[in-house]
Ligand binder design. Structure first.
Ligand SMILES: Nc1nc2c(c(=O)[nH]1)N[C@H]1C(S)=C(S)[C@@H](COP(=O)(O)O)O[C@H]1N2
Ligand SMILES: [Mo]
Length: 366
């Protein structure tokens, strides 16, 4: 049995009543609003709506439900606009996905890159419902020379380092194959209710397996392209910039997270039980190993069942309680492509894709 007393709760109490400061999320930035999920909220397959992390590059746009229109055009046979009702009239599909911000765990990179200082909570899971993007594309008729699908949000703002203009809009493109994936959605519901404003109301894109930036919020326009998109958020942000080579950030690298015991807590009992999640945008999780202490003594954890092929896999590791004192725990996941979490982060200028093994320190009571 593991003691989970007050000392084991690591979510800080709220200061004041503002909903920007809550127990469910930890504030990272107020303008624009960015917040990460408190570890204590990462215990369920589906993260509660009020706890899912929030990452926005600009001020949150307020779109009217009545006037909402998604325009779909570019290299198509018949450009069209879809109202919310028109999207709801298409066959509905639901997917539970784990979404991680590419900047999650930027704080673990040295030297610290510029960018939002995310610790480990810019990852959450939610159930999204909407129309398949490919149904929408079938309605407009995709030209045979289309290679990419561009999604634009309603949000924009100034960017000093933008190459062509000072105001840029949040816009991302994906290969046509990703847009045609049967689980890529034009979503209008999150966890069974309309999407909250901060998560992209009324309509956002859901691209399972990809880092967060592909899941364009406040979706206003979809354009079919016959040449690669090179906009600001495609070629100057969300790229692995390591020594002159810019590789686009795409799918989520294999990663794991220890949710219990919480870091810095004091535990006791006869058995140590470690729990967490593992996910990868490249395929199923095949293995999670845990190391108790330093060195290379990795032992296999037991994999439990993920709630969906696109959602994180729960795992548990049990062993006799080590002797009193400081305890260091690490977890390391592998996926079906054979990829395994590295020991050290692959540094890049903008601090993306840190999936390195992380050490959690706690104390076993004397
Ligand atoms: N329009 C728009 N969509 C966006 C963003 C944004 O700034 N504007 N941020 C992206 C990033 S970087 C992430 S990680 C996810 C976060 O989604 P969430 O706030 O619902 O967690 O939204 C993505 N979609
Ligand atoms: Mo992100």
């Amino acid at each position: 049995m593991m003691a989970t007393g007050a000392r084991c709760h690591n979510s800080a109490p709220a200061r004041g009543a503002s909903n920007l400061h809550s127990m469910t999320r930890h504030l990272v930035n107020t303008q624009p609003y960015n917040a990460e999920t408190a570890l204590a909220e990462l215990t369920a397959h589906e993260t509660p709506r009020n706890a899912h992390y929030v990452r926005s590059n600009f001020a949150t746009p307020q779109l009217s439900l009545e006037e909402y229109e998604l325009s779909v055009g570019g290299a198509v046979l018949d450009a069209q606009s879809f109202s919310l009702d028109a999207l709801r009239a298409l066959p509905a599909h639901e997917v539970l996905i784990t979404m991680e911000c590419a900047g999650n765990d930027r704080l673990g990179m040295q030297p610290l890159p510029d960018g939002e200082p995310w610790a480990s909570g810019a990852v959450s899971s939610a159930r999204w419902r909407g129309a398949r993007l490919r149904e929408v594309l079938a309605r407009v008729g995709v030209s045979s020379d289309v290679i990419e699908v561009l999604a634009e949000g309603a949000d924009y703002g100034p960017r000093e380092d933008a190459l062509h203009q000072s105001d840029v809009r949040f816009a991302r493109a994906m290969p046509l194959a990703a847009a045609n994936d049967p689980d890529t959605l034009v979503a209008y519901e999150m966890n069974g209710a309309p999407i909250p404003t901060m998560h992209g109301a009324p309509v956002r894109l859901i691209v399972p397996g990809w880092y967060g930036m592909a899941n364009v919020k406040w979706l206003q326009r979809v354009s079919l392209l016959t040449t690669p998109f090179t906009g600001y958020f495609q070629s100057q942000r969300y790229v692995y910039d390591a020594g002159g080579t810019n590789t686009p950030v795409t799918r989520m690298r294999v990663k794991s997270l220890i949710t219990s015991p919480a870091p810095d807590c004091v535990i006791s009992g006869a058995q140590l039980e470690v729990r967490g999640w593992a996910w990868s945008g490249f395929g199923a999780i095949t293995k999670v190993e845990v190391a108790v202490g330093g060195g290379e003594r990795w032992e296999s954890a037991e994999l439990e069942t993920a709630a969906s092929p696109h959602a994180w896999t729960p795992w548990v590791f049990r062993c006799p309680m080590p002797v009193a004192g400081r305890l260091v725990l690490r977890s390391r996941a592998s996926d079906e492509t054979g990829a395994t979490q590295p020991d050290t982060a692959e540094w890049n200028r903008l601090g993306y894709g840190n999936n390195a093994v992380r050490a959690v320190t706690l104390t076993i009571a004397a």
